[in-house]
Design a protein around this ligand. Structure first.
Ligand code: MTE
Ligand code: MO
Length: 574
C-alpha cells in the first residue's frame, strides 16, 4: 500500500514574499479597461481628463441656470433641505452614532483593501457564469494568451501592500479571512446601527419621508455645481442630496454588498439554483464590484464636503456631539485617525508575520456561516446541456513527474486508484474497474476561489457508489483526496472533505468531461466534484483516497494543501 502521508510537505508559519505561492514573481495589472461593443476596449484613465472637462462644463451650466428666473423660482420653492416640524427632537448626534460611524469607517478599511486584493486574483469581470476570455466587461489585465493551459493563477496580478491586504500576489486565502471575518463585525455594527436608528426615531434623518426630496436634491445639485453652496444645517437635517446619498448607502448599497457577496457562494448558488441561474455568480461579482465603486465615490465626496463646508463644526457634530466651532471634535477626530493609520499600516505586515493567527481568527468569525451553508441540499444545482460553458479556465499546478508522464502515455493502463484508511474493504482499482462501476453524470457549475466560474458536464462514479464499495467505519469522519501532482511549494496536493458530503447526490469522481475523457489539464484520469465547495478543494489527478478520523495528523494539519501552504480555510461553502 502506498503511504500518502509521507509525501506531504510541512508548511511554514510565516511568509517570505520571495518564496510565496511557489515563488510567483510579483505582477502588476494594466490600467482598468471597459469593453465597448464586441472587442473595443476603453481605458478608464481617460475618465480623469474627461471628468475634468465635464466638471467645468457642469459649473458653467449650473451658473447659467441660476440666471434663469424660472430656475430661481424653483430653487426658492425647493431650497434644498426639508426641515421637519419635529426636527428639534432628532437634532444632534448621540454618542452611539459617533461610535458606530467610527467603527464603520475603521472596519471598512480592511474590507475594501482585502476586497481589492481578492479582485486582483482574477482581474476580470463578466456578466455570465461562463467567464469566457474576451467576453469580460471589465479587466485590468492583458487579453488572455493563446496558451491552452494558461491558468487563472498565472493570470493573477497584485497591488502595492498599502493598498491590497496583504498585498502579495495570489494571497487570496489571507485576504478572504480579512474580508469575510471583518464583514461579520461590520454587519453586526450595521444591524445595531439600523436597530438604534429606528428605536430612537433618528431614522427620519436618513430616510426620505416626502417626494419633495427629489426636486430639493436637484436644487442642491445646482447649488453645489454653481459653486454657491447650500446653507448647512446638518445638526437638524441633511440637505436632500445628502439625505439620498446616506439613504442609498445605508439601505441599498450595504445590503447589496451582503447579498451580492453571498451570491458568490458555491453552496448557496447550488442550493438556490432558481435564483443563481438568472442572477449568476458573475453578475453577483460584478455588482459587488460596482457597490465598491459606490462606496469609494461616497467616501471621496463625503470627506471632501465635510472638510469644505465648515470642517470644525462638522467634526464637532460627528465626533463630539456638539454644534459649535471649537476644536474639540477636531482633536477627537485626529486621535481616531491615529488608530486608523496604525491599523492601515500594520495590517499587511501583521498578516505576513502571523498568517496562522489571521487564519484562526478569520475562521472563528466566519467559520459558523461556512459550516452552516455546508449542510445545504446540493441536488438543485444541476444545469442543462445548453448551459455548458464554451471555455473552462484551467487552474493549479500541473503534474510534471516522470511517473505521471508514464501513466499518461500508457493511457493509465498501469494506474491504480488506492482507497484505504478507516474502511472495511480497502481497494486498488484500475481505470477499467472504475469505469465498470455504475455511471453517474451531472452538469454543474465550478466556482474557483479566485472568482471565475463555468459549467461542465462531468461523467464518472458517484461517491455513494465508492462508499458502498469500501464500507467506511463509523470512526471515519473525513475523506482525504491525494493527487499525483504536487502543489506549488512541493509535496503532494491533497484536500480533506467531511464524510457527510460524500453522500451528497452531486459528489463524484469524474473521468469524463463534456462527453470526452478528462484531459490532462482538467485532471486525468480522475478528479473530484463536490458542488458545495470551492474549486481548490476538488483535487485533480487523483492518486488515492484515505478515510480518516481527523486530518490534524496529515501534512500541516489544516485540512489540505492550500490550507497548509496558503492559509486557506478547510470549509469553503462561501
Ligand atoms: N492536484 C491539484 N488539484 C487541483 C488544483 C491543483 O493545483 N492541484 N487546483 C484546484 C483549483 S484552485 C481549481 S479552481 C480547480 C481547477 O480545475 P480545472 O483546471 O479543471 O478548471 O482544480 C483544483 N484541483
Ligand atoms: Mo481555484
Amino acid at each position: 500500500m502506498h503511504d500518502f502521508r509521507r509525501q506531504l510537505k510541512q508548511p511554514e508559519d510565516t511568509i517570505d514574499p520571495r518564496t510565496w505561492a511557489g515563488s510567483v514573481p510579483d505582477a502588476r495589472g494594466t490600467a482598468p479597461h471597459v469593453r465597448v461593443g464586441r472587442d473595443k476596449w476603453f481605458n478608464l484613465l481617460w475618465l480623469i481628463p474627461l471628468g475634468f472637462v465635464l466638471l467645468v462644463a457642469a459649473i458653467a451650466i449650473a451658473q447659467g441656470l441660476r440666471e434663469i428666473p424660472a430656475v430661481q423660482q424653483f430653487m426658492q420653492h425647493y431650497p434644498g433641505t426639508i426641515l421637519r416640524p419635529d426636527a428639534e427632537q432628532t437634532a444632534g448626534f448621540p454618542a452611539w452614532v459617533s461610535w458606530q460611524h467610527f467603527l464603520n469607517l475603521f472596519l471598512m478599511i480592511f474590507i475594501i483593501r482585502s476586497g481589492v486584493q481578492i479582485l486582483t486574483d482574477h482581474p476580470r469581470l463578466y456578466w455570465t457564469r461562463h467567464s469566457t476570455p474576451g467576453k469580460e466587461w471589465f479587466r485590468f489585465q492583458k487579453p488572455v494568451p493563446e496558451d491552452p493551459l494558461w491558468t487563472a493563477k498565472q493570470d493573477s496580478v497584485n497591488v502595492p501592500s498599502w493598498v491590497g491586504l496583504p498585498g502579495l500576489r495570489h494571497s487570496i486565502g489571507l485576504a478572504r479571512w480579512w474580508h469575510l471575518g471583518v464583514d461579520t463585525l461590520w454587519l453586526l455594527n450595521g444591524v445595531v446601527f439600523v436597530v438604534l436608528l429606528f428605536v430612537t426615531g433618528h431614522w427620519v434623518r436618513v430616510v426620505p419621508t416626502s417626494w419633495d426630496v427629489f426636486p430639493n436634491a436637484i436644487s442642491v445639485a445646482i447649488q453645489y455645481a454653481s459653486l454657491d453652496w447650500p446653507l448647512e444645517n446638518g445638526w437638524w437635517a441633511y440637505n436632500s442630496l445628502q439625505l439620498l446619498a446616506y439613504f442609498i448607502t445605508i439601505f441599498i448599497a450595504a445590503p447589496l454588498a451582503l447579498i451580492t457577496g453571498l451570491g458568490m457562494s458555491p453552496a448557496l448558488s447550488t442550493r438556490l439554483r432558481w435564483i443563481s441561474s438568472r442572477f449568476s455568480i458573475q453578475a453577483a461579482r460584478s455588482l459587488h464590484f460596482l457597490v465598491l465603486c459606490w462606496f469609494l465615490l461616497f467616501i471621496v465626496v463625503h470627506v471632501t464636503l465635510v472638510f469644505t463646508t465648515g470642517a470644525l463644526r462638522n467634526l464637532n457634530h460627528m465626533y463630539a456631539g456638539r454644534n459649535d466651532q471649537t476644536w474639540v471634535g477636531f482633536w477627537i477626530f485626529a486621535a481616531s485617525m491615529v488608530v486608523v493609520i496604525v491599523g492601515w499600516v500594520g495590517a499587511s505586515p501583521l498578516t505576513l508575520r502571523k498568517p496562522r493567527l489571521i487564519q484562526r481568527v478569520g475562521y472563528a468569525l466566519i467559520g459558523p456561516a461556512q459550516r452552516l451553508f455546508e449542510h445545504v441540499d446540493a441536488k438543485p444545482g444541476q444545469y442543462t446541456e445548453k448551459d455548458i460553458s464554451p471555455y473552462l479556465w484551467h487552474n493549479g499546478k500541473y503534474p510534471e513527474t516522470d511517473e505521471y508522464r508514464a501513466l499518461f502515455e500508457n493511457n493509465f493502463a498501469d494506474y491504480r486508484l488506492q482507497i484505504s484508511g478507516l474502511v472495511d474493504n480497502p481497494v486498488q482499482l484500475s481505470m477499467a474497474e472504475v469505469r465498470a462501476l455504475p455511471y453517474h453524470e451531472q452538469i454543474t457549475q465550478h466556482f474557483c476561489i479566485q472568482g471565475w466560474s463555468g459549467v461542465a458536464k462531468w461523467g464518472g462514479v458517484s461517491m455513494t457508489t465508492i462508499l458502498e464499495l469500501v464500507k467506511p467505519r463509523p470512526e471515519a469522519k473525513w475523506v482525504v483526496f491525494y493527487s499525483l501532482g504536487d502543489g506549488p511549494d512541493g509535496g503532494t496536493y491533497y484536500d480533506a472533505h467531511p464524510i457527510e458530503q460524500m453522500s451528497y447526490p452531486l459528489t463524484m469522481l469524474a473521468y469524463d468531461m463534456n462527453d470526452e475523457p478528462l484531459s490532462y489539464g482538467h485532471g486525468a484520469p480522475l478528479r473530484l466534484r463536490n458542488e458545495v465547495q470551492l474549486g481548490f478543494k476538488l483535487v485533480k489527478w487523483i492518486r488515492g483516497i484515505e478515510f480518516v478520523a481527523d486530518f490534524a495528523e496529515l501534512g500541516g494539519g489544516y485540512g489540505g494543501y492550500n490550507e497548509d501552504h496558503e492559509f486557506f480555510g478547510y470549509r469553503q461553502s462561501i
